[in-house]
Design a protein around this ligand. Structure first.
Ligand code: NDP
Length: 306
């Protein structure tokens, strides 16, 4: 029923190109527009229609998929063509903050369009695979109406009406992805200082990362129950351990920014009186950081007047 539905794709970086290809593969009439027109060439050869302008791209389909660097790019592209927005459903799969996403949804509504926000959790190679997943949020009716087409891109994971939710879930993944990958780069740099290659330490790295799901489940339950008792681990022990990590990296002459930041958090937890608690107590510190350097966690600056 949906196979011939027209779809417009605006933004043809690696992600937008993969999306347009997947939609063509499902038999949709795909109209494309990109700031740098030559990036549409290969898609046009595969059957996509190149729109001569953003207005023409918007006019071609009710469903418009945006795959741009961020929401600022959306405004740059769409504001001059705002007259063509009424009645469009914009599925913005560009990543940004929840606040920018909500503001973008309000802006679209103000111009008569509906914005569904998305957060793609896979690289371009994962597009076109049902086992891949994308977070969506925004008006449920618009999501339900266009879900069959969106499933040509990846599996769908609708998180709720608030347009910021898809961006939030995306960012939850990214904060873990970037810090986890940097932790691997740190280990590789340390190994290199000792004459070992990334490949040499890979099995140990994989084994260490593979143990994480058990830690996450164990601590998530305790955190939600407000349990930070030192029955399993103690923050004071953790601080000694992260100091060893910091000194091992310093001794090797590699960059210490990451282990120093970790040690700093542990030290602040001990100074806040949690030495005998679990290191999960750091979550409470992170929820309510001091408002100024040296301030007590959760305290307000004196000049706030309260
Ligand atoms: P790119 O940065 O490679 O492509 C960005 C696209 O945005 C290009 O089409 C570019 O046009 C366009 N663009 C950027 N700024 C402007 C502007 N001011 N005016 C007009 N057009 C503009 O990104 P990707 O394709 O890799 O990713 C797209 C989105 O998907 C991003 O938000 C990214 O975070 C997200 N994402 C990407 C993943 C990945 O692995 N690539 C994974 C998950 C999410 P031009 O060609 O003219 O430069």
């Amino acid at each position: 029923m949906h196979s011939q539905q027209p779809v417009t794709v605006i933004g043809l970086g690696p992600m937008g190109q993969a999306m347009a290809l997947a939609l063509l593969g499902h038999g949709h009439k795909v109209t494309v527009w990109n700031r740098t027109p030559s990036r549409a060439d290969a898609l046009v050869e595969r059957g996509a229609v190149r729109a001569a302008s953003v207005e023409a791209a918007l006019a071609a389909s009710e469903l418009v998929i945006l795959s741009l660097t961020d929401y600022d790019a959306m405004h740059t592209v769409l504001e001059p063509a705002a007259g063509a927005l009424p009645g469009r459903v914009l599925v913005n799969l560009s990543s940004d903050t929840p606040a920018k996403t909500r503001e973008g949804a309000r802006w679209a509504a103000g111009h008569g369009a509906t914005l569904l926000a998305g957060g793609v959790t896979v690289p371009p190679s994962g597009i076109g695979r049902p086992e891949s997943s994308t977070f969506y949020s925004g008006p449920r009716a618009a999501f339900d109406a266009h879900r069959p087409v969106l499933e040509a891109l990846t599996g769908t994971d609708y998180r709720g009406e608030d347009p910021g939710l898809a961006a939030l879930f995306y960012q939850l993944g990214m904060v873990m992805f970037w810090t986890s990958m940097l932790s691997f780069w740190q280990a590789v740099a340390l190994a290199d200082a000792h004459g070992l290659s990334a490949d040499d330490v890979l099995p140990h790295a994989v084994q260490t990362m593979s143990s994480m799901p058990d830690f996450l489940s164990f601590y998530a339950r305790r955190i939600d129950a407000g349990e930070h008792g030192g029955d399993v681990d103690r923050l004071a022990m953790g601080l000694a351990s992260v100091e060893h990590v910091l000194h091992t990296n310093a001794d090797a002459g590699v960059d210490t920014a990451l282990p120093a930041a970790v040690a700093d958090l542990f030290r602040r937890g001990v100074h806040a009186g949690h030495a005998a608690d679990s290191f999960s107590s750091l979550v409470e510190l992170m929820k309510r950081p001091p408002a100024w350097p040296g301030g007590k966690p959760g305290a307000r600056r004196p000049r706030d007047g309260v």
